[in-house]
Design a protein around this ligand. Sequence first.
Ligand SMILES: [Fe+2]
Length: 263
Amino acid sequence: MATHTVLQITDLHLKTPRAATMLGINTEAFFLQTLRHALDAHPRCDLLLLTGDLAQDPCQEVYLRIRQHLEKTGLPCLCLPGNHDDFELMQQNLSGGQIVCERTFQLGAWSIIVLHSQQADSQTGTLAQAELQFLRETLEHNAHRPTLIAVHHHCIATGSPWMDSMQIDNSAAFLQLLAEYPQVKLVTCGHVHQEFARKFGTISLFGTPSSCFQFAPQSHQYALDNLPPGYRLFSLVDDGTFATECRRVPLDMRDLDPKAPGY
Ligand SMILES: [Fe+2]
């Protein structure tokens, strides 16, 4: 049975100029080391899935730099926007060749559906009525394909109230819709900068560490964790089963400034 390897890398938060740091670390250097670590460990990767907050400073220069880095991998890359991104600039400067910002992607028997959850001038997620309609229609047309949903914001509480105030504000409607379609196997998100796994009925819900700094789990207020960057590996089997795990990249976190505001 064919198995497809997907590497999810998320929340790169690249800045301009290239040497700029965020919370004490150079996010571009961390992204590159995360990418290298992931590809060294999984050279037969079928898809790189980048789930938002690719840019902290969304501008042409940043997206072109990300494009250069991704092009060097020679791998298909599926990119979606987070609350810090500018989707129009992503389409203009990042998309092209093997790098796509599409809403659907087929990988063997699997269907990947990309949802956009960002809303203007807000860090909180939402799924507009048009997104839910697109989701329903796509699920109707792909009833026999096991499905992975990729979206930037989380749709279930992580246990950190400050973070959960930013989750998809109509998560209940979203999850109820998914529950109508048994082909939906899992939802994976960025945004939370930490590893988590929950279940909603038969559907698995995952959060993935950032390629730069991490947020402390189960924290009432904003707080950083000193765990190193990470990424998530998915092995998607054509019979609809899957396996997943997070991997950490052994990077030196001594420069992380836990007192700095500004996320
Ligand atoms: Fe982020």
